[in-house]
Design a protein around this ligand. Structure first.
Ligand SMILES: NC(=O)c1ccc[n+]([C@@H]2O[C@H](COP(=O)([O-])OP(=O)(O)OC[C@H]3O[C@@H](n4cnc5c(N)ncnc54)[C@H](O)[C@@H]3O)[C@@H](O)[C@H]2O)c1
Length: 442
């Protein structure tokens, strides 16, 4: 089977590489020429564990190719996946410009039946818009062709994207015809041999499932952050509370970690887009709005702790940040809480030094030279008045406390991800603050 994946970003590339890995003939398409040139040379434009090797392997085997020209390959395909970006519009709704551009190109050039699958996260009703855009192009040409529109939202996590795609918990597919259902079943069979289900449903339900899933996960994060903030006030320990509730099988132990708020390319924009869908339908999603509000506040929690510790005198301090990406194992900086924190620190007159194992280049694009980028975590600590742990990369888990103390001017750590043991930190001679633990010093 021959398929095209349009959009070679985090989702499109992983989807393309994984389909090629199981033997499907895949063409990845993107309008970004620099990205496609890199990919043709076997270089991944993004950091995603295992992706480089998989791209190279399938490029060499001839199962994966790259192009900037969708129009020239449309009719070689049986299925065309659209995995282009759906960034937030100014009003918070999902911007469907790229999705509809792809639909129009397909409509303009198709000359046989095609299945057009939307993998991007799109609001309910988008499939109808995609159908309309394709049909309008066919009508302009006087072509009388049939086509299928399918919704197949993606649930992969950056940092574990390949594992998630190869061994998904489930695959959600919204279809309108038996033919589309049969082709999608065939396509996904290699990924469902271990009984991972393909859940077929109507198209609007598939579109809504993706938003509901992300909103639920974001809710768990904001819920735990709310509880953590209260724990600090009443003298409880959120880490114990998490264990206590997570062991209840009705609750489960996933996504119960408190921290400095969620970020990334999905939760923030998808939560906003869902709120917008509610508004458009004259329904106020009160829980989801609260999730968003709690998250916005949570991004400033470390800054407030720092402010309190230094009694409001932050000007002139050197602050070190460990971790810039929105989570470990990715270079993705979209909506990263580190950006909000750094803005606040700079505004308060701090000098900021930062280190991240993968996101330094991306951070430089977004933040520029307002901060100093260090070549390793210890280098970043030289003369630091405080360390702020922002992203829980594995390499930060067990640092050499003695060396740290020699380098730092003051021995204080603000841990935004609760990765250190407070007792151990105290014994090592640090003033230590994390999220959701009461601490008389603050
Ligand atoms: N990143 C994630 O973890 C994740 C997970 C699940 C779902 N999603 C959803 O998947 C979609 C893609 O996300 P992403 O993170 O891969 O985005 P991305 O920004 O990394 O990649 C999108 C790519 O699409 C390309 N593009 C835009 N218009 C195009 C066009 N007309 N033709 C060809 N290429 C075009 C861009 O150049 C870019 O390379 C979004 O809707 C997102 O919400 C993302």
């Amino acid at each position: 089977m021959k398929i095209a994946i349009v959009g070679s970003g985090y989702v499109g590339l992983v989807t393309g590489a994984c389909f090629a890995e199981v033997g499907i003939d895949v063409t990845c398409v993107d309008i970004d020429t620099a990205k496609i040139e890199k990919l043709k040379n076997g270089v991944s434009p993004i950091y995603e564990p295992g992706l480089d090797e998989m791209l190279k392997r399938n490029l060499e085997r001839g199962r994966l190719s790259f192009t900037t020209d969708l129009s020239s390959c449309v009719n070689e395909m049986e299925v065309i996946f659209s995995a282009v970006g759906t960034p937030p519009d100014e009003d918070g709704s999902a911007d469907l410009k790229y999705v509809l551009d792809v639909a129009r190109t397909v409509g303009k050039y198709m000359s046989k039946h095609l299945i057009v699958v939307t993998k991007s996260t799109v609001p309910v009703g988008t499939a109808k818009k995609v159908r309309k855009a394709i049909q309008e192009e066919l009508d302009k040409r006087g072509e009388n062709l049939t086509f299928d529109v399918v919704s197949n939202p993606e649930f992969l996590k950056e940092g574990a994207a390949i594992e998630d795609f190869m061994r998904p918990d489930r695959i959600v597919v919204g279809v309108e015809t038996d033919y589309a259902r049969e082709v999608m079943t065939r396509l996904y069979r290699p990924f469902t041999l271990n009984n991972h289900p393909v859940i077929f449903m109507d198209v609007p339900s598939a579109e809504m499932t993706k938003y509901a899933a992300n909103a639920m996960l974001a809710t768990r994060i904001s819920f735990m952050n709310d509880i953590a903030n209260l724990c600090e006030l009443v003298g409880a320990n959120v880490n114990m509370v998490r264990k206590g509730i997570g062991s209840d099988t009705r609750i489960g132990n996933k996504f119960l970690y408190s921290g400095i708020g969620y970020g990334g390319s999905c939760f923030p924009k998808d939560v906003k887009a869902l709120i917008k869908t509610g508004e458009e339908n004259k329904y106020k999603l009160r829980i989801i709005q609260a999730v968003e509000d709690v998250n916005e506040d949570q991004k400033s929690v470390l800054f407030h702790k720092l402010e309190k510790y230094f009694k409001g005198n932050l000007s002139g301090l050197t602050i070190t940040i460990w971790g810039l990406s929105f989570k470990p194992q990715t270079d993705d900086m979209r909506e990263a809480p580190s950006i909000v924190l750094i803005e606040k620190l700079l505004k308060a007159g701090c000098k900021v030094k930062a280190y991240d194992p993968a996101a330094m280049e991306e951070a430089q694009h977004r933040i520029g030279n307002a901060i100093e980028y260090s070549k390793d975590p210890l280098d970043a600590l030289l003369d630091a008045d405080a360390l702020l742990l922002v992203t829980e990369w594995i390499e930060f888990r067990f640092p050499n406390y003695k060396v740290m103390q020699k380098l730092m001017s003051k021995h204080v750590i603000f841990d935004g991800r609760n990765i250190y043991d407070p007792q151990e930190m105290k014994e090592a001679g640090f003033d230590y603050f994390c999220i959701g633990l009461s601490n008389e010093k603050l």
